[in-house]
Design a protein around this ligand. Structure first.
Ligand code: FE2
Length: 85
């Protein structure tokens, strides 16, 4: 799970280098969306004991939430960055 969090954080840091293309309010909102997802991923750790296999029954709803977040965020947030490049 650390890999998901680390890779997501690295991706967001890379993406945020392009935030100068956005209006200030858009950039702030986009950063908040990133922060929310990182907090959601962090929340998964409360269900996963250290060095234990991921208990699927405890995490499926959260993983579904993350998958839906990614889809919505890419379509409605990240796409604005691509259009302005
Ligand atoms: Fe983003």
């Amino acid at each position: 799970m650390e890999a998901l969090q680390d890779q997501t954080r690295a991706h967001f840091q890379h993406e945020e280098q392009s935030f100068h293309l956005l209006e200030e309010k858009e950039a702030m909102l986009h950063r908040l969306h990133h922060k929310h997802l990182l907090e959601t991923i962090q929340g998964l750790y409360q269900f996963i004991p250290p060095n234990e296999p991921i208990p699927v029954h405890c995490t499926m709803d959260r993983l579904q939430e993350i998958a839906e977040w990614y889809q919505s965020h890419v379509l409605h947030g990240d796409s604005k960055l691509l259009i302005r490049r």
